[in-house]
Design a protein around this ligand. Structure first.
Ligand code: 3HC
Ligand code: NAI
Length: 694
């Protein structure tokens, strides 16, 4: 029984117990209706408290029911039934009150929260709007614009802010249940204060239009946020019951939208990546004391991420000056956390004094549980570092490399303990980006893999298992679609048009703006490294080499593909003549591409290489690719990731595009055999998330 009713003195107690997060599944909804009836019929009960067992109050509707036929009773009906009760009901909230969970609390007649409770309406992150009264009750309780800000941003707020806004009535100073029971006793005998009876706030067309315009600018292509604003404002102009109907219709329309399907796929995919069959039941090794080697861009970011998660860090640099620089960089990153309110200044001071050390002697790593190498990207330096680690690290220490592309098996071979070696590929900036590719080499022990996943959890990152290959999942796919993009620029497209077309598709940044951010030296070094093994028919982005040779390294030199006068990227009039010269030198007659062609070719290349990573086991499943591209490469979340997008487009269409393009270049455009097989069998990529490969 996920919902029970009992009485404590003169107060009815309704308890929801539906682990892990007390989502309002059909059984919970039916149980709440029953419990509300029992309370209404219980003449000895003068008021009631609703509380939740376990770690949290209701975290929302049961997302696993979405997309399936709805089952009665609906959540709006359940909440309406509770709100209509003739005796007061208190919501006793702890943990997270999200989505339908917060809406349930809004339908109660008073709300009290435990300290540390977080409250929010995250529906828009799932492509939905609050569909159980959130758009109609919240504005009545806290005002129109605060409510719309909360709904469209999906932001979670703490108890102090919620109290100030009137979202909750009190914060429990001691035991939540006791405090809620006392509140119920105080309210007993009084008429219930129903949120639906509060007057609707007046419309504010100017503020609403500004918000809508902001959303259109910041979240192009996304429909849920604007639908929420429309449903709220339209509904609030009507009596409550009709407002609820407006909300319901808008909720249903979003439920049927491809964006909802994509965003919910992303939600579950991000949780599924952690369920790795190979490490089921395998205990991770300890990871309290972390070693980091190299305090450059990545090493400093990794050290900061570990320190912010409460771990102890020793960072090794080449000499005292570099160690001092690294310490200063880490201190600056922690300062940023203080500025953003993520870390208190005294805690920052304590971290820098007690938890963080820099050194130049590898002996300082002798007691480290897990050591992450982030030195220069050459096999020679990596070999030196791992040979040294083999000498100093304690038995059982996990030895990790943050290499972007290099062969983790070859790095492991520099040690006498390859079972302890793993790739932990962080993304820049490492203390911010949530993705971590856990690169499992041929001889990596399962408990070492489990430790990689445990570290990600500790750092609140999303770990995705990847196999060894050039670039693992993300960089390998990126290299391939970058080649398609560069080929279009060689053939006549402007980098600015490419960036515009791909941000129009929804990518967070265009590929050339990304190059400028990373530094054009990075791409140049990668091309140098691969030059010896390059296929004669691979097309080289000679224009990128020219820019590098001209010292145009991107943002850091003020000039790359774009100009950075005052920091803001501006198109550079000198770029087009440079490109024209390169094309003339190569004997290429430039031609035009439409934005649609740019997107089509980029996506065809991306999907094709992504399918290959699944086929050869680099990625475990299509959903692992989606999670990598969503969290490390700015792929639009509302499209669900490239594999989900490919299924939605239809694999036959993508295969046909690749086959057509192979007439132009049959070296680059070769369809992945797995893609061809899936099309021949009428199957979708999503089927590989569950079952065996064809
Ligand atoms: N429905 C179904 N399952 C859910 C769920 C939900 N609303 N929320 C979480 N879960 C599941 C997860 O899939 C996961 O399952 P797994 O262990 O099998 O992978 C398990 O609960 C634990 O979740 P997390 O790993 O995310 O646990 P955390 O402790 O890290 O986070 C949380 C807890 C903050 C509650 C987080 O899970 C979360 O944000 N959940 C989604 C909340 C949400 O979006 N609610 C709104 C739903 S839409 C809605 O309510 C519509 C309404 O307006 C009508
Ligand atoms: P970086 O050049 O900024 O930093 C490297 C640091 O390592 C320097 O501070 C250098 O002094 C130090 N170092 C070199 N040899 C050393 C040794 N033997 N002992 C101790 N310290 C030594 O390089 P960055 O960008 O931090 O990259 C480091 C690694 O991370 C590379 O393997 C790179 O491919 C990888 N990586 C880089 C990403 C990025 O966006 N920059 C993203 C993900 C991975």
């Amino acid at each position: 029984m996920p919902v029970t009713y009992h009485r404590s003195g003169a107060t009815g107690v309704i308890t929801i117990d539906n682990p892990p997060v007390n989502a309002t599944s059909q059984a919970v909804r039916a149980g709440l209706i029953e419990a509300a009836r029992a309370f209404a019929a219980d003449e000895s009960a003068r008021a009631a408290v609703i509380l939740c067992a376990g770690r949290t109050w209701v975290a929302g509707a049961d997302i696993s029911e979405f997309g399936k036929p709805p089952q009665d009773p609906s959540l709006p009906d359940v909440i309406a039934a509770i709100e209509a009760l003739p005796k007061p009901v208190v919501a006793a909230i702890h943990g997270t009150a999200l989505g339908g969970g917060l809406e349930l609390a809004l339908g109660c007649h008073a709300r009290i929260a435990a300290p540390g409770t977080r409250m929010g309406l995250p529906e828009v992150t799932l492509g939905l709007l609050p569909g159980a009264g959130g758009t109609q009750r919240l504005p009545r309780l806290i005002g129109l614009m605060p409510a719309l800000e909360m709904i469209t941003s999906a932001r979670q707020m703490g108890t102090a802010e919620a109290r100030d806004l009137g979202l909750i009535d009190a914060v429990a100073s001691d035991d939540l249940t006791d405090a809620a029971l006392q509140m119920a006793e105080r309210l007993a005998g009084q008429p219930p204060r129903r949120t639906c009876d509060l007057p609707a706030p007046p419309a504010d067309p100017t503020a609403t239009e500004t918000l809508t315009a902001d959303l259109a600018r910041k979240l192009p292509g996304q429909i849920a946020q604007r639908a929420a604003v429309d449903a709220a404002t339209e509904g609030l102009a009507l009596p409550f019951a009709q407002g609820m109907e407006v909300e319901r219709a808008a909720f249903r329309a979003l439920m049927d939208s491809p964006q909802r399907a994509a965003l919910i796929h992303a939600f579950f995919a991000e949780r599924a990546v952690a369920h790795l069959p190979q490490i089921k039941g395998v205990d991770p090794r300890p990871l309290d004391r972390i070693g980091v080697i190299g305090g450059g861009t990545m090493g400093a970011g990794i050290a900061a991420a570990c320190l912010l998660a409460g771990l102890d860090v020793t960072l090794i640099e080449r000499d005292a000056a570099a160690a001092d620089t690294a310490r200063a960089t880490v201190a600056k990153l922690l300062e940023g956390a203080v500025t953003r309110g993520k870390l208190a200044a005294p805690a920052r001071d304590a971290i820098l004094t007690d938890a963080f050390r820099t050194a130049t002697d590898y002996a300082a790593l002798s007691d480290a549980d897990l050591i992450i190498e982030a030195v220069f990207e050459t096999m020679e330096v990596k070999h030196q570092v791992f040979a040294e680690l083999d000498r100093v690290a304690k038995p059982g220490a996990v030895l990790a490399t943050n290499t972007s592309y290099l062969d983790v098996n070859a790095i492991a071979a520099a040690t006498s303990r390859p079972a302890d070696v793993i790739g932990l590929h962080f993304f820049s900036p490492a203390h911010v980006m949530r993705l971590l590719e856990v690169v499992v080499a041929d001889r990596t022990a399962p408990e070492v893999t489990a430790t990689g996943f445990a570290l990600a959890k500790r750092l609140k990152k999303i770990a995705v298992r990847a196999g060894v290959c050039d670039g693992f999942i993300g960089n390998r796919i990126l290299s391939h679609y970058r080649a398609a993009v560069d080929a279009m620029v060689l053939d006549g497209a402007s980098p600015y048009q490419v960036d515009r077309a791909l941000t129009g598709f929804g990518f967070a940044m265009g590929p050339y703006a990304v190059s400028d951010l990373a530094g054009l030296d990075i791409g140049w070094m990668t091309r140098q490294r691969k030059a010896a093994t390059r296929h004669p028919r691979d097309r080289v982005p000679v224009f990128a080499d020219r820019l590098y040779e001209l010292g145009r390294l991107g943002r850091k030199s003020g000039r790359g593909y774009y100009l950075y006068d005052g920091g803001k990227p501006q198109p550079d009039p000198e770029l087009e003549p440079l490109l024209a010269q390169v094309r003339a030198d190569l004997g290429i007659a430039p031609r035009d591409f439409t934005d649609a062609q740019i997107v089509e070719r980029t996506m065809a290349a991306l999907v094709n290489e992504a399918v290959r990573t699944v086929a050869d086991g680099t990625a475990l499943r299509p959903l692992d690719v989606d999670v990598v591209m969503l969290n490390g490469y700015g792929f639009p979340r509302w499209r669900g990731g490239p594999m989900h997008w490919a299924d939605a487009q239809g694999l036959p269409q993508i295969l046909a595009q690749i086959d057509a393009l192979s007439a132009e270049d049959d070296h680059f455009w070769q369809a992945a055999p797995l893609l061809r097989d899936l099309v021949a069998q009428g199957r979708r990529l999503a089927e590989l998330n569950e079952g065996p490969k064809p």
